[in-house]
Design a protein around this ligand. Structure first.
Ligand code: GRG
Length: 297
């Protein structure tokens, strides 16, 4: 990774941490236990891939940092909620997330359920109470975009397909459909919401960005499946080898390790091609695509 990109990532990760600290309710405010658990689940952890994609797309679209950081936070809060609920005993039943005990282990199940609920509400509160585009109709589209991406036709729907597919053999198109919803929808939303905070891009350009998001979202999942097999728990900060243990269909179980890696390369290549017309202005998005595919955690 170029030194310049590494510096951009760490600057934005630090800035974003401060944004989240400011936007989340303080732990001393009633109900303290819920607020403390929300902060525990969101702060101090995670790669912040979705916010970084939002910042990069915002830069491309000429958005101000003040607007993009709110859109990025809205997406990250939905992501954090999904992780808290996914880790609960009724779903993946995991004890480790982002290198620390999962929310229901550190607090309790009822609190974890409420953390997810409250993070989701806070996300939409942010999108509606801050001005993110000069055009109010566009801003309403942003709210709808995130609602669709996280709901039953997006992330939650993908999770439902995932839960129903345990122990089953899925075809490649079926697996792809599951992940386009479960993982891909929110990654696409992060990119589009970042771009919607600016006004520089035409509808055709926004469509190209969305296509980039679809490809890189899928690549993210393929790499996630590979890492679940190849990386260790300490590096991942979550339990490794869960997919095979849970008899879940993955790109590795379907294509083998080499096949899955090849697929990630192909998606990566196509994603970069999609950004061609943006030239140098899309440098950060290109570098993030490289990071998503080459990451080791
Ligand atoms: C509970 C509605 C609901 C949805 C859960 C996101 C999800 C759907 C489940 C998480 C389980 C999982 C391993 C999904 C595959 C890839 C993925 C989204 C990994 C986690 O995202 P990262 O790697 O996590 O960006 P960090 O911690 O870096 O933010």
């Amino acid at each position: 990774m170029a030194a310049d990109f590494t510096a951009w990532v760490s600057t934005h990760q630090s800035l974003f941490e401060e944004v989240l600290k400011r936007l989340l309710p303080q732990a001393e405010v009633m109900p303290q236990r819920l607020h403390s658990a929300m902060r525990y689940s969101v702060l101090d952890g995670g790669k912040r891939v979705r916010p970084l994609l939002a910042y990069a797309a915002g830069e491309l679209a000429g958005a101000t940092a003040e607007r993009v950081e709110i859109a990025a936070a809205a997406v990250e809060l939905i992501h954090a909620y999904s992780l808290v609920h996914d880790d609960m005993p009724c779903m993946d039943d995991d004890v480790l997330r982002r290198g620390k005990p999962t929310c229901h282990v550190e607090y309790d199940e009822a609190t974890a359920l409420l953390v997810g609920d409250a993070l989701q509400s806070l996300s939409f509160q942010l999108l509606s109470e801050h001005q993110l585009n000069d055009d109010a109709t566009k801003q309403l589209q942003m709210v709808k975009l995130l609602a669709v991406a996280s709901g039953s036709r997006g992330m939650a729907g993908g999770q439902a397909i995932d839960l129903a597919s345990v122990g089953k053999q899925l075809s490649l198109p079926e697996l792809e459909q599951m992940h386009i919803h479960k993982t891909g929808a929110l990654i696409r939303a992060a990119i589009l919401l970042g771009a919607y905070c600016g006004n520089k891009l035409s509808d055709a350009q926004l469509e190209r960005l969305d296509h980039f998001g679809k490809l890189i979202g899928l690549a993210f999942q393929v790499v996630d499946d590979v890492l679940d097999c190849e990386a260790d728990t300490a590096t991942l900060g979550k339990t490794a080898g869960k997919d095979a243990d849970n008899d879940k269909p993955t790109y590795v179980s379907l294509l083998g390790l080499a096949g899955a890696k090849e697929m990630a390369q192909r998606l990566h290549h196509e994603a970069l091609e999609t950004l061609g017309e943006f030239g140098e202005a899309a440098l950060r998005l290109r570098e993030l695509a490289d990071f998503i595919v080459l990451r080791k955690f």
